[in-house]
Design a protein around this ligand. Sequence first.
Ligand code: NAP
Length: 314
Amino acid sequence: MHACGDPTVLSVDEVPPPGPPVGDEITARVAASSINGTDLGLRRGDVRVATWGRLPFTLGFDLAGEVVHCGPRVSAFRPGDRVAALLGHDGGAQASYAVLRQHRAARVPDRVPLESAAGVVLAGLTALQALHHVGRLGARGRGARVLVVGASGGIGCHAVQLAALAGAHVTAVASGRKLPRVREYGAHELVDRSTCDIARLDGSWDLVLDTPGTAAHAELAGLLAPGGTLVTTRPISRDVWRAAPALLPGRGKRPPSWGAVTTRARPADLAHLLHLLADGRLRSPVDRVLPLDRGAEAHAHAETEVVGKVVLSL
Ligand SMILES: NC(=O)c1ccc[n+]([C@@H]2O[C@H](COP(=O)([O-])OP(=O)(O)OC[C@H]3O[C@@H](n4cnc5c(N)ncnc54)[C@H](OP(=O)(O)O)[C@@H]3O)[C@@H](O)[C@H]2O)c1
C-alpha cells in the first residue's frame, strides 16, 4: 500500500526477502492471510497517524503457513511445521515470507486447511478475548444473554459462534441482507440494523459486544442488565467517554461495567481456536478466498457484501 485511499492503492511489489530469523524468531512461508477491519481502516486512512511515515506499508496482521527457518532460540517449532500466527502493529503478513517471534504462533492441526486457519486468527482471538477475558462470559453461566453488534463481520461471526458454544442466548445485529447467513453461525435472534434503532431494542443483555465500535455507547449501555458488561473493540472514542457516566462503577448493587479488548497474541488462545476448528465445533467464517494479486477486489468485497472473512492466498 503506497498511499491511503480506495482499494486501487494496493499493489503487489517485488521486494528483497527478509533476513534470517534471530533469537526466538521464525520465518514462515505465508500460504494465506485474512483481511481484517484493521487492514481496511489503515488502507482507507481512517487513522492517518497509523501510517504516517510508514508508507509503503505491507498489510496483513495474521497468517497461516509453513515454518521455513528457525532462529537459534526457537524451542516450539521446526522447519516444516504448519503454523498460524498473529503479527504486531507492523503488519506484513500479506507477503511471501514473514518473520515473527515464536510466541505469536500456534501449530495448525493437520486436518485444518491453512486458508481456514488464517480466517480465525485475529478475528477469532478478538472475539474470544472480548467475550471471555473482558466480558467474563464463562462466569455468567449458561443462558447468559449476549448481544453482538456487527455480527456479520469477521469478529462478529466468531463471537456469535463462541458465545453460542458457551451456552449463551445470542442476539445478532447486522444489515438485513446478511442476516440469513449470520443465522447459520448459531444466532438465536436476529436484528436488522437497517430497519431497527439498536438503542430502542426491547430487552436487556448480560454482555453487549460492539465489534465495529461505531454504535453510540451511551445508548448501548442502556441495554445492559444489572451486572452486565459492554465490551468495545475501540477503546479510544468520543462515544465511549460520552457513555462513561452510565457505566461508572458503584451505582447500585450490581452496576454495569465497560471494557475494551486489545487483542493479544496468546498461543494458548490461538491453539484453543484451532482445536475447535479441527473438532468441527467452530466454523472458519471464510466467505471468499482470492489470490494476493486480486487484493483490490478482495478489499472491495470485504467492505460491502462479505459475511465473515475474505482470505488472500499466496
Ligand atoms: N481492539 C483491538 O485490539 C482490535 C482487534 C481487531 C479489530 N479491531 C477493530 O474492530 C473493528 C471490527 O473488526 P472486524 O474485523 O470484525 O471488521 P469487519 O469484518 O469489517 O466487520 C465490521 C461489521 O460491523 C458492521 N457495521 C459497520 N458499521 C456499523 C454501524 N455503524 N453500526 C453497526 N454495525 C456496523 C458491518 O456489518 P453490517 O454491514 O452487517 O451491519 C460489518 O460487518 C475494526 O474497527 C477493527 O479495527 C480492534
